[in-house]
Design a binder for this molecule. Structure first.
Ligand SMILES: NC(=O)c1ccc[n+]([C@@H]2O[C@H](COP(=O)([O-])OP(=O)(O)OC[C@H]3O[C@@H](n4cnc5c(N)ncnc54)[C@H](O)[C@@H]3O)[C@@H](O)[C@H]2O)c1
Length: 536
C-alpha cells in the first residue's frame, strides 16, 4: 500500500505523514528532502529555492517527477509526502493515482499562512514576495491555479479541522475502502466497490460537504428491497430525505418518469445544494441522472447501482437520458456523478438471468483491458456463474477501473470511449428489431461480441483461436453465443438505424487479442455482408 500526501504548503504533509507512518508502521519518504539530498550530491545548487531560481520551475518539476518515479519503482509500500506543486504535472497525477491512495490535505488560507510564516525557503511564496505580494494573497492564487490538480485525489482531509492523528485515522479508514478515482479535475469523483458497504453511504454524502436535502430515486422492485433502507440511513444525517419509487424496467424510461422526478424534487423545494441519489439499475440511474442534470440547470447526483450492468457500466461515466418513440437514449445529457457506491451484496436479490446478462459487459471490459483481466475472468468463471461475491467484486473493480480510465481519456465519446461499444453494433440491432422485449441487453451483447470476433477473424484482425477463447468464456458464464438466429435481413436492417453510424459507414469496434481493440470505419453493406457469414 502506497499513500501519497499532497496539498498546498503548510497543509501538514510532513506532520500527517509522520502520524500515518507511526499508525501503520509503513516507511515514510519526503520527496523534497530526497531532492535536496540529490541536489547536494549532483548539483552545485544546495536548496530547492536556489535550483528554482537558477533553472526555473519546469526543470524542477522534471527533476521532481524523475525522483518520484524512482521512489515508486523502488518502494511498493510507504507514506510519501509530496512537494506542494508535484501534482501540477498531469503525468505525475495519473501516475500516483494508479500507484496508491492520493490524499489532498487542505486548510483555510489563514491557517496555511500562519503555518508557513513569511514563506522563506518556499520558492513559490518567495517569488511573489519579491514582487510585493503577501503570503496570504499568494496562497489564494496558488489554490485557485491548482484547484483542478488537487481535486484529482482519493480523498481530501481538512487539517484545520482534524489533528494529525485523526487525519491519519481517517486516511487509513479510506485506504481500506480502496476507492477508484475518475479524475476529471474539479468534477473528479470516486467509485466505491465492496461487499456490505452500503452502510457507508451516509459517510460518503458527508464527504461532499454541504448537502441541503436529498431525493432518493428508486423503483418499486428495488425500493422495498434496498432503497427504503438507504433512505432511512440517510435520514440519520438530519436533512430532509424524500423517497420516490418509479415503475420498474425499460418501459418506464420515459419523459413522464423524468417529469415525475422533476415534480417530486420541486414539490419539496430542492435547491442547488441538494443531492439526488439513484438507487437502482441502469434505468433508474439514467433517469435520475438526467433529471439531476436538468433540475435548476444542474444539481448533484450520486449513484447506488443495484444491477451488475449498472455497477460495471451505466453508473460510471455520466451518460444520462431516456427513450423516445424514435429509439433508445436519444435524448440525454452528460452529467458526472458526485460518487458511485456499489455494494455487491445487493445483487443477491437480483434475478439470476439479470445478473448473468451483466457478465457480458464484464467480458467486454476484460477484452478491452487486456490479457491479465481476461485470464482472471477465465479463472473466476465458475465462481462468477455461481454468483460468488468475492469473484464478482473483483470483476466489478476491473470493469470500473477500465471505465474510469476510458472516461478520463475521452469523456464525451469522441474516440477511445467508443471502444466500449464492442459487440454493441449487432446487439443494438437485435434489441431494436425485437422491440426491446424478449432479450436482455447483456444477452444481445454476448451474441454481438461473438459476431464481432468472427467478423474480425474474417477481416484478418483476430486469430481464430482468440475468437474461440472469447466464445468459450461467454459460454462458461452461461451467456448465449449462438449468432445464427439473429442474422435475418430484418435484424441486419436495424444496423442502419444505429446512432453510432456516420454517413454510409459504420464505426465497427474490431477486437483483436485481449487489449487490442480498433475502430474500423466500414461501409454499412460490407459490415452486413461480413455479419451474414458469422453464423457458423
Ligand atoms: N448511462 C450509461 O452509460 C448506460 C450504459 C449501459 C446501459 N445503460 C442503460 O441501462 C439500462 C439497463 O439497465 P439494467 O440492466 O440495470 O436494467 P434495469 O434498470 O431495468 O433493471 C433490471 C430489472 O431489475 C430490477 N432490479 C434492479 N436491481 C435489483 C436488485 N438488486 N434486486 C432485485 N431487482 C432489481 C429492476 O427493478 C428492473 O426490473 C438501459 O436503459 C440502458 O440504456 C446506460
Amino acid at each position: 500500500m502506497r499513500i501519497f500526501l499532497s496539498g498546498l504548503m503548510g497543509a501538514g504533509k510532513t506532520t500527517v505523514a509522520k502520524a500515518l507512518s507511526e499508525r501503520t508502521a509503513l516507511p515514510r519518504f519526503d520527496l523534497d528532502e530526497l531532492i535536496v539530498q540529490q541536489l547536494h550530491g549532483d548539483h552545485a545548487e544546495g536548496s530547492i529555492s536556489e535550483y528554482f531560481r537558477k533553472r526555473g520551475e519546469p526543470a524542477f518539476r522534471a527533476l521532481e517527477r524523475a525522483t518520484l518515479e524512482r521512489l515508486i519503482a523502488e518502494h511498493p509500500v510507504g507514506i510519501f509526502a509530496l512537494g506542494g506543486g508535484a501534482v501540477t504535472s498531469v503525468e505525475t497525477r495519473r501516475k500516483i493515482l494508479g500507484a496508491g491512495l492520493v490524499v489532498t490535505l487542505d486548510a483555510s488560507d489563514e491557517v496555511l499562512a500562519r503555518r508557513v510564516g513569511s514563506g522563506s525557503g518556499r520558492p513559490l511564496l518567495e517569488t511573489k514576495d519579491d514582487e510585493g505580494g503577501d503570503v496570504l494573497q499568494r496562497l489564494a492564487q496558488l489554490r485557485a491555479q491548482r484547484a483542478g490538480a488537487y481535486a484529482e485525489c482519493h480523498m481530501r482531509v481538512d487539517t484545520g479541522q482534524y489533528d494529525p492523528d485523526r487525519a491519519a485515522r481517517a486516511i487509513w479508514e479510506m485506504a481500506a475502502q480502496q476507492p477508484i478515482v475518475v479524475p476529471l479535475e474539479q468534477r473528479t469523483y470516486r467509485v466505491f466497490v465492496g461487499n456490505h458497504n452500503r452502510h457507508t453511504l451516509a459517510a460518503r454524502v458527508q464527504d461532499l460537504g454541504h448537502v441541503s436535502s436529498m431525493l432518493v430515486v428508486s423503483d418499486t422492485q428495488v425500493g422495498p428491497a434496498w432503497g427504503r433502507g438507504i433512505s432511512t440511513q440517510l435520514r440519520s444525517l438530519g436533512q430532509t430525505v424524500t423517497h420516490l419509487e418509479l415503475a420498474p424496467g425499460e418501459s418506464a424510461k420515459t419523459l413522464e418518469s423524468v417529469d415525475t422526478i422533476w415534480n417530486a424534487a420541486l414539490d419539496v423545494g430542492l435547491d442547488r445544494a441538494s443531492l439526488v441519489i439513484a438507487v437502482g439499475g441502469g434505468v433508474v440511474g439514467d433517469l435520475a441522472g438526467f433529471a439531476a442534470a436538468t433540475l435548476l440547470r444542474g444539481v448533484r447526483v450520486a449513484h447506488v447501482p443495484t444491477t451488475l450492468l449498472a455497477m460495471v457500466d451505466s453508473a460510471i461515466g455520466g451518460k444520462t437520458g431516456f427513450d423516445t418513440r424514435h429509439g433508445k437514449n436519444l435524448v440525454g445529457a452528460f452529467h458526472q456523478p458526485s460518487f458511485v457506491l456499489s455494494d455487491v451484496h445487493v445483487l443477491s436479490s437480483l434475478q439470476h438471468a439479470e445478473r448473468r446478462a451483466g457478465l457480458a459487459e464484464v467480458v467486454k471490459s476484460a477484452w478491452i483491458d487486456g490479457e491479465a483481466s481476461v485470464a482472471q475472468l477465465e479463472a473466476d468463471a465458475e465462481a462468477l456463474a455461481a454468483g460468488d461475491e468475492e469473484a464478482t467484486t473483483r470483476a466489478i473493480r476491473m470493469a470500473a477501473q477500465l471505465k474510469a480510465r476510458i472516461v478520463t481519456e475521452d469523456e464525451r465519446e469522441s474516440d477511445v470511449r467508443a471502444k466500449l461499444n464492442l459487440g454493441h453494433t449487432l446487439a443494438h440491432a437485435i434489441e431494436a428489431s425485437s422491440g426491446y422485449a424478449g432479450i436482455r441487453h447483456g444477452e444481445a451483447v454476448s451474441i454481438g461480441m461473438v459476431a464481432a470476433c468472427r467478423v474480425a477473424v474474417r477481416m484478418g484482425r483476430m486469430q481464430p483461436e482468440a475468437a474461440a477463447r472469447a466464445e468459450r468464456l461467454l459460454d462458461k458464464l452461461g451467456l448465449p453465443t449462438r449468432v445464427e438466429p439473429f442474422l435475418s435481413e430484418r435484424v441486419l436492417s436495424f444496423i442502419s438505424a444505429d446512432k453510432k453510424r456516420k454517413g454510409e459507414r459504420v464505426s465497427f469496434v474490431s477486437p483483436g487479442a485481449p487489449g487490442d481493440i480498433m475502430m474500423v470505419p466500414l461501409p454499412l453493406a460490407e459490415l452486413q455482408e461480413h455479419l451474414k457469414h458469422t453464423g457458423a
